[in-house]
Design a protein around this ligand. Structure first.
Ligand SMILES: [Ca+2]
Ligand SMILES: [Ca+2]
Ligand SMILES: [Ca+2]
Length: 285
């Protein structure tokens, strides 16, 4: 009888211990699950408009806001989201990314894919598509991208196109020269607030264009070889017979393009509206 009682007590103790440790296990799982949930929520919030996933090759327009110059990152993000909204209403696929690696991967996927693609930058050229300090004057990912008959376009806002890299040494004038294979071309960096008057073509193509003051207008008179001004939206004279233009789309024969759009120093221009109108034109060619 005593032996039996002891067995019952031992069994009870064993059961109590195992129940308690089960509870402990359960309690340990609890916080892990709720942590995972809260992490997911945070990710959802930050990836609402900005893609954290690899960019699919079917994306028409990729907007890089990882680093910006002559526009605050907050303003660039707002302009990017507005551009995306305007283009998506025209059934154009747009992604926004802060990852310079994603820009490179997407460019590799969309090089010579038979479709016009547009990459929007805000005054910073990612080093993944053009190595900083002009380390690769020929054959960079960006140069190869604009050398096919796809008509792919780099659209740059704010600071001098390609002058500054996402990290490392600045490219200064070299990036635009090397990407266009025009060793002499340069934008005057000593003049600011150059009046840009909307051309007839400009108001037709981009109804949101208004008179403004450009800080780095593009030198039309320095285009050489097969490069030509495809669309001139505003100039220092208000007509297409001019030496300085902004915005302007320049094209390398039947190959790729550069679009300079509001090269301005911290100014509140209708960047998103005009970029969307230009891209609508480019993608319906
Ligand atoms: Ca393409
Ligand atoms: Ca080159
Ligand atoms: Ca070249």
């Amino acid at each position: 009888m005593q032996k039996y009682q002891w067995l019952v007590i031992i069994a009870l103790i064993g059961w109590t211990i195992s129940f308690a440790s089960c509870n402990k296990m359960h309690k340990m799982e609890g916080p892990v699950v709720s942590n995972a949930e809260s992490v997911e929520v945070v990710e959802q919030e930050s990836s609402d408009a900005i893609s954290v996933e690899p960019i699919h090759g079917s994306v028409d327009v990729l907007i890089y806001i990882g680093k910006t110059l002559w526009i605050s990152s907050e303003n660039a993000e707002n302009e990017a989201e507005m551009t995306k909204f305007l283009l998506e209403s025209e059934n154009i696929q747009v992604e926004i990314t802060k990852s310079k690696e994603s820009v490179r991967d997407w460019m590799l996927q969309t090089t010579a894919n038979g479709a016009v693609n547009v990459c929007i930058l805000y005054g910073i050229l990612p080093s993944t598509i053009y190595p900083s300090g002009n380390a690769q004057p020929d054959g960079s990912v960006a140069e190869n991208w604009i050398e096919t008959t796809d008509g792919d376009t780099i659209l740059n806002h704010a600071d001098y196109f390609g002058y500054n890299s996402s990290e490392g040494k600045a490219n200064e004038r070299g990036a635009m020269q090397n990407l266009m294979d025009l060793p002499e071309i340069e934008i005057n960096v000593y003049e600011h607030n150059v009046d840009m008057f909307v051309t007839v073509e400009g108001s037709r193509l981009a109804p949101s264009m208004v008179h403004f003051k450009s800080d780095r207008p593009f030198p039309l008179d320095q285009l050489e070889d097969e490069w030509f001004a495809e669309k001139i939206l505003a100039t220092d004279t208000g007509n297409t017979q001019a030496t300085l233009a902004d915005p302007v789309i320049v094209r390398d024969g039947d190959r790729g393009r550069l679009a300079i759009v509001f090269h301005t120093l911290y100014k509140n221009d209708p960047k998103a509206e005009v970029a969307a109108q230009i891209i609508n034109y480019l993608l319906t060619q």
